[in-house]
Design a protein around this ligand. Sequence first.
Ligand code: PLP
Length: 396
Amino acid sequence: MPHTGNQVLRTIDAFDRIGDENAFSVLARATQLASQGRDIINLGIGQPDFPTPPHIVEAAIKALRDGQHGYTPATGIAPLREAVSADLHRRLGVEVDPGLVLIVPGGKVTMFVAILMFGEPGAEIMYPDPGFPIYRSMIEFTGATPVPIPIRESNDFAFSASETLSLVSPRTRLMILNSPANPTGGVTPRGEVDALAAGLAAHPHVAILSDEIYGQMTYDGLEHASLLAYPDIRDRLILLDGWSKTYAMTGWRLGYSVWPKPLFDKARKLAVNSWSCVNAPAQYAGLAALQGPQDCVGDMMAAFDRRRALVVEGLNAIPGITCRTPLGAFYAFPNVSAVAASAKALASRLLEDTGVATIGGPDFGTLGEGYLRLSYANSEDNIARALARIGDFLAA
Ligand code: PLP
């Protein structure tokens, strides 16, 4: 009997545990339907619909013309690491040694490195539920035990410091937090972040990964409370941030992390062993983004703010759906439990029957059941059309 490939190749069990990001599958299906001539409105994918600002694109083109074609240091080009440090100081008033800034190929890479660094069988890693699906996927990949931190609608989708701290055990190695949050748009208020940082003093064995990729995306003048600003936990805090959302650069694959000194070199070595460095022109583009005018960020947020109003008002006008006003990012997370027993089935029917792509809440964790995620990174006209189609579908 000839062997087929999957009978002779034996991969490690971890690859049977690794998860997925359904937003990419929904995007693929939406693109397929659109190529068949269907009128698809995509409220599924989490990326700004704006182009990268021209001065950033030009900086990458100039870098290529200037001959920036080679490897850079694995940690990133020095001016970019310095610019990240300056930007954190400008935004958060925090001093960061540029020597602890690691430039990485996308925000996701920091969670990959941090989870690999702390995850192993017997260890516990806490992560938000509902939350970005890759946290849990990577935790399971390492064999560590995933411990969900409940993110509740009744708490306006902020994390609760007391509930989070109550879940810490002697086996907790890493606590992952995300504010402003995907998929809920929740922003944890400063008082709660203060309480969490203070409570962590009792748990010195716990490292913290703070995913602040939406840190500049808040509304109504709400200030983003960064965990980087708490000196008492700096020696165990990993900051995840990047350019993807703030500067509409998802396809450039550019992110950064700030590491505590004892961890930095471990992260650097993983970089050397895998991606070597981030592609050079993207790094020069990132430099132009941080050093250039910032009005592009404000303009984009003003557009998101108008769409946020439209989407929240429109969803609440549909009988059976309720939607809190998200305070950050560009996602609405309406409660659809009164109109659908399965949010994933509803998302699938909305795409197949009405051409509106959304993501079912369970794709972000078990506590996501009863919710849909709508990304309002789409035109006001498309948002209005999508809401009308959802309303008609549910009324039929
Ligand atoms: N963290 C969160 C909470 C996200 O929502 C995303 C992207 O959707 C990322 C990280 C990853 O960002 P990047 O595209 O830069 O890898």
